[in-house]
Design a protein around this ligand. Structure first.
Ligand code: L34
Length: 295
């Protein structure tokens, strides 16, 4: 029997409906409009499309949303100055600087400059530390989206063997940490694989839940998984173009092969990606409520 499809599009739509209600309640009862500023440096087409989607979604939910686009030769000082301006702006509750940044800008310096209260990406060292300690904080969007996908499809994580492929700051490290913590949606036994892992399939075949965030198109095949496993594909790889110039996307999982053996699987596109964007909205609402003393 082929795997159940875990639709990020549908689950994200449900969460956005919940958020829309919350946003209108905040407006009516507290005259509070959550405000998001996204900053894009340069003209990478993939980043442009993600940031555009973030702004469109924010407006659709009734948030205040502003997109700032800077040229690729922007200096670190200029970007720091801009971040500082929005740190001080009371109408801005969330600041997002889209990654990757051009090479003349030190990413860590920028992420550390964003006020932790406005760090809706959850990338500031204070939020990373709080996450690791299991303290309340703004959670990074992609890992939070994965937790929501698992929870809302009723996947049992407690005691489960979870294997994460990839060790990035954005996905691998935080999702591994969240999944072994003593918390709802956690309590799993977690293995992290990476480029130096000796025998990848040995580990991935043991997974009840396999989370792949390696950035290598179609690297996980049916031979890598256990029958019935839940497979979460975080990869968004551009593997070509259609005749009309549209990007052709592939996940890190060879979907057509793995779908025959998995118990449940997220597609690409339409899986984790829409969840990432929706969790940014959730974080912006949370940051606004925190700033207004409502949490
Ligand atoms: N600061 N930088 C910061 N925060 C983030 O959370 C991100 N990320 C990653 C890259 N840089 C970032 C994103 O927003 C990746 N990412 C992201 C977000 C959304 C989607 C993909 C990556 C997405 O919506 N993907 C669609 C397909 C979109 C398309 O056609 O290109 C999907 O259905 O998977």
């Amino acid at each position: 029997m082929p795997a159940t499809l875990i639709s990020g599009v549908h689950i994200a739509a449900t969460i956005r409906d919940e958020l829309r209600v919350e946003v209108s309640r905040l407006k009516n009862e507290h005259n509070l409009s959550p405000g998001l500023v996204t900053i894009l440096v340069g003209d990478d087409p993939a980043s442009q499309s993600y940031v555009r989607a973030k702004n469109t979604t924010a407006r659709d939910l009734g948030l205040h949303s502003q997109q700032i686009t800077l040229s690729a030769d922007t200096s670190e000082t200029e970007l720091l100055q801009l971040v500082h301006t929005y740190n001080l702006d009371p109408l801005t509750h969330g600041i997002l600087v889209q990654l990757p940044l051009p090479s003349q800008i030190n990413e860590a310096n920028i992420l550390s400059a964003i006020s932790p209260e406005k760090d809706v990406d959850g990338f500031h060292p204070v939020n990373v530390g709080r996450l690791m300690l299991g303290e309340p904080c703004l959670l990074p969007c992609t890992p939070q989206g994965i937790l929501e996908l698992l929870q809302r499809t009723h996947v049992e994580t407690s005691g489960a063997e979870v294997v994460v492929v990839g060790r990035s700051n954005i996905v691998g490290k935080p999702i591994a940490n969240l999944m072994f913590q003593k918390r709802v949606g956690g309590n799993a036994t977690v293995t992290v694989c990476h480029t130096r892992t000796r025998d990848m399939a040995f580990h991935t075949k043991r997974a009840d839940i396999l989370i792949v965030a390696a950035g290598v198109a179609k690297m996980i095949t049916a031979d890598h998984i256990k029958e019935g496993a839940v497979v979460i594909d975080v990869g968004v790889n551009r593997i070509g173009q259609t005749a009309s110039g549209k990007a052709v996307l592939a996940g890190d999982v060879d979907f057509d092969d793995v779908v025959k053996k998995a118990g449940a699987i997220t597609p690409v596109p339409g899986g984790v990606g829409p969840m990432t964007i929706t969790m940014l909205m959730k974080n912006t609402v949370q940051a606004a409520k925190q700033a207004a003393g409502l949490l």
